[in-house]
Design a protein. Structure first.
Lengths: 332, 332
């Protein structure tokens, strides 16, 4: 039995053979700008709608990851992908460009880690040789779907975050070189009763804390054992809450914790609490972090993307925001 | 390597230990009425909104499947689920009721077979002992999300189908009795350019044909080797197209093929081409079909649910409808 608690152990250590990221113009000014494969100067990416631009970013990231891996497209066994748009159309329409199978997943902004966990599980078990895990988001399509069309010019409250325009993908395979995925912790749905759709950080922090603590217990590790504990898109406020929640349970992550949403933008002004969206952790992981890991600067990274499982309908009907966080442990 | 083509073989043959279905009032008049665990007399199910009713059906089906399995709730390792509502809120909110991990999946009306495929893969690999696969849909929530609110009283064209009100779940485990899952064929996205959102059967038939044919080739079987080839919700028109498409490729499925959408309603009047929705194949499989299989009336069933991966946004932007079909082979 290669599972303990909610953590699955990958004894054959599938490898992240290649990774790729495409980011928007605003994102390119920050930490990932010089690490992303493509930094857009125009967030429309030559398309006529935001949704088509989002899909094109995702498809480009997938293509680049496949190309960089040395695998041919017809050698890829399956694509795991999903995104924030209704019915995950970015992923589905991106998958249309490829001849390999597609398994659609959804855990909001935790989709990157869920995809990687499932891809690694199938590769490790020997079912498949290679799988692509990918996701992305676009500020403008997310705003008009979840909140208001940009054209309305609505003001944003100070606890809000800014949906990242970008997409990331990696190809996970059974051998060769590259960062290893040694285990994955499956997230549980946590709902602490937050109903403010502008305060995702506060809603998601308990889910991140739940997964991190269970991960530490399942793997018998502590925060000190990691070079980096990377959460998805809690933002500045959510990160502070996470540190408090884990500290209360006896795990001090403050020295090792970094949140992708907190670091992605160069100057945080109108973004308030920082970045969010499925593309946030996907681009940071698949550019800056994996580059640094490949160079040996980080040895062991715990990647716990975080997702808020709400919709405009659930919020409109007065529901609170259930959240989730799936984690994968990466080692070089 | 326990994979050939796009088919993964489960040599340890995970079992469907238990199954459960909840169906709406209209559905209870048909073939599944006497097999479903709960047949609702009121499709609101005591809730204030259609979406909450859909979520409650799904949660009830999950609970029933767990209860009938003999497993305790804290022994269940993970839930695979998704649904048609934006951001799969039925599944996410149903998962909130449980303490076990949740891996959200989405392939529209093919979600049942995708969930079962992934659950069986993780169980077969020895990662986990048990997983629940579940999905559902609700006529009223689907109509108002995808088409028009019922209150508008819009007429429906003759090629339309009727979204099933119902939910189905099964618990897949590593041992014991029950129907075996012997392999699973991962679907590819197929898009034949259909743009009529009222004609899902025509859009999905090519995806079903693609998966069935690849399944036959990967497993070196032919339609005669099956007691039943069960597609998800092609409806009457889609089923005819499927038979033509497979026949053209040298596989005559006409003797063995049954479509859940075609058989679910007692009299087809306003439903035109029959049932559709994620709950269509989920309820038929998890009531009538698995009961008959458990009784030894069917020995080998190929279950290929079918999904249309569109959204109102993609259709509004003039896109055609990409479709997919994942299949699992069941044996008693």
């Amino acid at each position: 039995m290669n599972k303990k608690g909610n953590t699955i152990f990958f004894e054959n250590a599938p490898r992240i053979t290649s990774f790729a990221a495409v980011c928007g113009s605003k994102e390119s000014e920050g930490i990932i700008g010089s690490y992303a494969d493509i930094a857009l100067s125009d967030d429309m990416y030559g398309e006529s709608t935001y949704e088509k631009a989002e899909c094109k970013m995702l498809s480009t990231a997938i293509s680049l990851a496949v190309k960089k891996s040395g695998y041919k497209e017809n050698e890829v066994d399956v694509l795991f992908s999903g995104d924030l748009l209704n019915q995950i159309i970015s992923a589905s329409f991106a998958a249309r460009d490829y001849n390999f199978p597609f398994l659609g997943v959804y855990s909001a902004c935790s989709t990157m880690s869920e995809s990687m966990l499932l891809a690694a599980a199938l590769v490790n078990a020997g079912y498949i040789n290679s799988a692509v895990a990918a996701t992305g988001s676009h500020f403008a399509s997310a705003e008009r779907q979840y909140r208001y069309p940009l054209e309305l010019g609505c003001t944003r409250p100070p606890q809000a975050q800014w949906t990242v325009t970008g997409a990331g993908a990696n190809l996970i395979s059974s051998g060769g070189r590259g960062v290893k995925i040694v285990n994955g912790t499956m997230g549980r749905v946590c709902d602490f009763g937050v109903t403010d759709v502008n305060n995702m950080g506060a809603a998601m922090a308990p889910a991140a804390a739940d997964t991190l603590i269970r991960h530490f217990k399942d793997t018998e590790t502590s925060p000190e054992d990691y070079d980096l504990i990377l959460t998805g898109d809690l933002g500045a406020l959510g990160s502070r809450i996470l540190k408090d929640l884990t500290w209360e349970k006896g795990f001090d992550v403050s020295e090792k914790h970094v949140d992708c949403g907190e670091i992605i933008y160069k100057v945080i002004e109108s973004e308030f609490q920082g970045g969010s969206g499925a593309g946030c952790s996907a681009t940071v992981l698949n550019s800056y972090v994996l580059t640094k890991m490949s160079a040996g600067l980080y040895g062991r990274v715990l990647f716990a993307a975080t997702g808020a499982l709400l919709s405009t309908v659930s919020s409109g009907q007065g529901e609170s925001i259930p959240c989730i966080s799936h984690a994968v442990q990466l080692e070089n």
